[in-house]
Design a protein around this ligand. Structure first.
Ligand code: 5GP
Length: 189
């Protein structure tokens, strides 16, 4: 099965810059594909159904939970998020590698279900930058930012469970480190 693709789980607290680093990673390593998650949260301005997320109602999400369609799923800040198993398996069978951008509970479920997945934690240089980035990003309300920061404290503690940690201090350096790590796992040069 050496032709089977690999799964890269990339996690880290909200505001750490995962999205930016993953965008750069996907641009630099065309062998990778981002898994589009399902969520019950409302789309943000500019987000498209099927591209950014599969936006589902609570009932639609629950039906997929009941049907065992999710490789992993979790509740984050009052909304549900999950990775659809079939999309991941199909790509792996085609020899393609997949990136899952998920929070830490989901990462822990993938660790159980797919111990061979490569788990990467993106950490802030210090927790204070998370607030700055969430405020500057301006995609969430003040209340939502506070919720995400409270959650970040728990997420930062989970860092010890990850074999690979990339500190996002300088974005160029962090992107280069992430790319190097992924290329080495895929035996690319
Ligand atoms: P956001 O609302 O900012 O798009 O995402 C909130 C959090 O949910 C982020 O930490 C993001 O990585 C995570 N997330 C996105 N998709 C999934 C998923 O399919 N499963 C899990 N467990 N977390 C996800």
């Amino acid at each position: 099965m050496s032709d089977r693709g690999k799964v890269f789980v990339i996690t880290g607290p909200s505001g750490v810059g995962k999205g930016t680093l993953i965008k750069r990673l996907l641009a630099a390593v065309p062998e990778l594909e981002l898994s589009v998650s399902a969520t019950t949260r409302d789309p943000r301005a500019g987000e498209q159904d099927g591209r950014d997320y599969h936006f589902l109602t609570e009932d639609e999400f629950q039906r997929r939970v009941d049907g065992d369609h999710f490789l992993e799923f979790a509740t984050y800040s009052g909304n549900r998020y999950g990775t659809l198993r079939s999309a991941v398996i199909k790509r792996l069978d085609q020899g393609r590698s997949v990136v899952l951008e998920i929070e830490v509970q989901g990462a822990s479920q993938v660790r159980q279900a797919m111990p061979e997945a490569i788990q990467i934690f993106i950490a802030p240089p210090d927790p204070g930058v998370l607030r700055e980035r969430l405020v500057t990003r301006a995609t969430d309300s003040e209340e939502e930012i506070e919720k995400r920061l409270r959650r970040a404290e728990v997420e930062l503690e989970a860092q010890v469970d990850f074999p690979h940690v990339v500190v996002n201090d300088d974005v160029q350096e962090a992107a280069a480190e992430l790319e190097k790590l992924v290329r080495s796992q895929l035996s690319l040069h």
